[in-house]
Design a protein around this ligand. Sequence first.
Ligand code: FES
Length: 361
Amino acid sequence: MSSQDKPEVPEEHLPEVHASAHVPAEGDPFADPGLPAHEPRVTDIDEKAAKRAERQVALLFVISMLSTIGFIWAYVGIDKHRIIDIFFFGKIGAQNFALGGTLGLALFCIGAGAIHWARTLMTDEEVVQERHELASDAETREYAIREFAQGAADSAIGRRPLIRRTMIGAMALVPLSGVVLLRDLGPLPGTKLRHTEWAPGKELINEATGKPIKPNDIVKGSLTMALPDGLVEKYGPAGQKEELEHGWLEEAGKAAVLLVRLEPQDIKSKKEQAWGYEGIVAYSKICTHVGCPIGLYEQQTHHLLCPCHQSTFDLADDGKVVFGPAARSLPQLKIHVNEAGNLAASQDFAEPVGASFWERG
Ligand code: FES
C-alpha cells in the first residue's frame, strides 16, 4: 500500500502518550513505567477493514455451526463398525474419525472466531484498575472470627460428638458414589494383559505378506514384523462384528513381534541364544515404557530404538534397556523351526508385554 492509499487517521486516533505514563524516578529501577502510547489498529481507522474482520469472524462461527451439524450426522449416519484407511493414520474407525474431526473443528472455530473478534473489533483501550488492599482490616477479621466461634457454639457441634462423628462419616462416604460409577469404564481385564495369542507351535506369519516365515526369509540388518498364525481368521478382518474387530486390533497389538538375524557369536546371553534359532531372535514390538510400537533398528550396535521417548534396547543382550525411560527389558518370544521348515513359537511370552500396569507389581 503506498502512502497515498493509506487511510487517513482521525485526530482522536493518533498515538498519544497515556496519561499514566511517566518517567521512572531517578535511582529507582523498579518504578512503574506506565502504559505505552495507544496505537490504533487498522480496524479502528478503516471501516472496510473492520467489515472484513467482521465477515471473517462470522465465517468462523458459520464453519463451527456446520461442523456441529456434521458431528450429529456422523453420530447417527456413520456405521460405527466401518473402518477406513487414511493416509498417515492408517486403519481407523470412520465414525470416531468423523466425530473427533468435526467436534475439534467446531470448537476450534469458536475459539478462533472469539480471538479474532477480540483482537480486531472489540475495544482495545488500555485501562488501569486500581486495587485496594486485599486483606481485610483487623476489626473485620476479629468480627469474622467472633461470628465463626458463635456459629460453632450455636450449632453445639462441640457438645454433640454423636452428630459430629456421623456427619463426618456421611461426608466421607458420599464421594464413594462417584468411585462406584468407575465400574462403567468396563469389565476388569482379568489376566488378559498377561497373555497373548502366542502358544506352543503357533507359526509366525509375516505381517506384510501374510505367509509363514522360513529362517532364510530373515536377512541380517532387516526387521520383520510377525503375528501368530490364525489371528486374522480368528478375529476376522476389519469391518466384521464390533467385538471381533476390537479383539483383532488388541490381540494383534499385543502379539506383534519383530524378528532380526544376529551373528550367533554376537549374542551375549545364553538364554537369548537358546530362545532363538541360529541367530534369529523374536522380540515384542511393544515398548515397555508406555507401549509405543518400536521400529528403528541399528544393525551395527543391535540397538532397537523406540521413537516415542528414545528408549533403546540391546537385542544382543536379552533386550536390556541401554538408554531412555523404559524400566524393563523387551520380552523375548521363544521360537523354533517346525516340521514344515517354518518359524514357530515354542510358548507364549514368559512375561506380560508392553507398558507396566497396576496389578503387575
Ligand atoms: S513408549 Fe517407548 S520410550 Fe516411551
